[in-house]
Design a protein around this ligand. Structure first.
Ligand SMILES: NC(=O)C1=CN([C@@H]2O[C@H](COP(=O)(O)OP(=O)(O)OC[C@H]3O[C@@H](n4cnc5c(N)ncnc54)[C@H](O)[C@@H]3O)[C@@H](O)[C@H]2O)C=CC1
Ligand SMILES: CC(C)CC(=O)C(=O)O
Ligand SMILES: [Mg+2]
Length: 361
């Protein structure tokens, strides 16, 4: 197949991890005879520096015309002045909104080889396999923001239609898994959460009789996620709660560097990015964990290009590298390898168990 893939490296460790994921995509293209054309464009702080705009027109146009978009991360202290008129993060929020990517899929499946790095008892982690579906284009991140001499405000708003579509997406995904959805809100306090709970209850009851739904308040969910993570299958929640709960969930896997994501809408283009940020504290040192970015590339192969078998090859190559004890420094501080070496070890293992002829038969 032929696919146009836009790569948005962004800031901090973004360029380091996207280089690793792009190398993996090129390898998949060569081994399985696909033509993947990768084109880099600017976003975030790098785009502010080069063009004065965190999401230049040219970048947005390229994303709209692509088959899929792979992104690293945006942001950093040099663009974080409270007085700044434009911020890198605005570029990413605007891109998600412009492409209508309302469902952010964040799978959490701790690998046995990284359990030792997780600050949670290993017996609680065996068999954990959950999928957080985070609403991505509504809520408090997108509401009006005001500031005056006395204070500031951020408006949180959800429409019925916004809740319906993301809950539907979560229920469809649950059907393909273990058939259980946990909807997370703060319905004891927030009006948007009372709406969320009503709509989620109705959608599940009226449209998905084969899916069970339960409701959890976000504060106790933060606790349950660590004390009984095996209890969850699909977790659906609003934008900010999903952002926070998935950083927490990365500790089930062992590092922020491990978790991938896919952002999908009803349109053609999907956006794929690790869940972590630009990690300024380790940027430029060649030690970032590229797993989240590489596994995001696997999600790109699956969800945007329909290449399920190739996606599986990449996921198994990452697993095989971890099983063979190849770990980055976030997981093995004393003996960990760098970003480039980890990517090379994954690339070496791609296709070890899956040759082109088998894939095409
Ligand atoms: N999607 C995006 O582009 C996101 C951007 N950000 C931005 O990133 C900047 C830094 O934010 P932080 O709060 O520090 O969050 P962060 O996710 O960048 O880093 C949190 C901690 O995790 C570590 N870490 C993250 N990714 C890693 C990886 N791949 N390998 C090894 N260690 C890793 C970092 O070294 C740091 O100690 C901010 O400007 C923030 O706005 C934050 C989250 C998401
Ligand atoms: C706009 C981003 C910085 C928000 C975030 O932390 C994320 O999407 O994970
Ligand atoms: Mg986040």
């Amino acid at each position: 197949m032929h696919a146009e893939i836009v790569v948005l490296p962004g800031d901090g460790i973004g360029p380091e991890v996207t280089a690793a994921a792009a190398a993996v995509l090129r390898t998949v293209g060569q081994r399985y005879r696909h033509r993947f054309d990768l084109h880099e464009h600017a976003i975030g702080g790098a785009a502010i520096d080069a063009h004065g705009d965190p999401l230049p027109e040219k970048t947005l146009a390229a994303c709209r015309n692509a088959d899929a978009v792979l992104l690293g991360a945006v942001g950093g202290p040099q663009w974080s002045d409270p007085q700044a008129k434009v911020r890198p993060e605005q570029g990413l929020l605007a891109l998600r909104k412009a492409l209508g990517l309302y469902a952010n899929l964040r799978p959490v499946r701790p690998h046995p080889a990284t359990l030792g790095a997780a600050p949670i008892k290993p017996h609680l982690l065996a068999g954990v396999d959950l999928l957080v579906v985070r609403e991505l284009t509504g809520g408090i991140y997108f509401g009006d923001k005001t500031r005056d001499a006395d204070g500031a405000s951020d408006v949180c708003r959800y429409s019925v239609a916004e809740v319906e579509r993301v809950v539907r997406r979560a229920c469809v995904l649950a059907r393909q898994r273990r058939g259980h959805v946990t909807s997370v809100d703060k319905a004891n306090v927030l009006e948007t959460s009372r709406l969320w709970r009503e709509v989620a209850t109705r959608v599940a009851r009226d449209e998905f009789s084969d899916v069970t739904i339960e409701h959890q308040l976000v504060d106790s969910m933060a606790m349950h996620l660590l004390s009984k993570p095996r209890a969850f299958d699909v977790v659906v929640t609003e934008n900010m709660f999903g952002d926070i709960l998935t950083d927490e969930a990365s500790m089930l896997a062992g590092s922020m560097g491990l978790l991938p994501s896919a952002s999908l809408g009803d349109g053609r283009v999907g956006l794929y990015e690790p869940i972590h940020g630009s990690a300024p504290d380790i940027a430029g040192r060649g030690i970032a964990n590229p797993c989240g970015a590489i596994l995001s590339a696997a999600m790109l192969l699956r969800h945007s290009l329909g290449l399920e078998l190739e996606a599986g090859c990449v996921e198994r190559a990452v697993s095989a590298a971890l099983e063979d004890g190849i770990l980055t420094r976030d997981l093995a501080p004393e003996r960990g390898v760098g970003t480039v070496r980890f990517a090379a070890e994954v690339i070496e293992r791609i296709g070890a168990d899956c040759h082109v002829a088998e894939l095409r038969d």
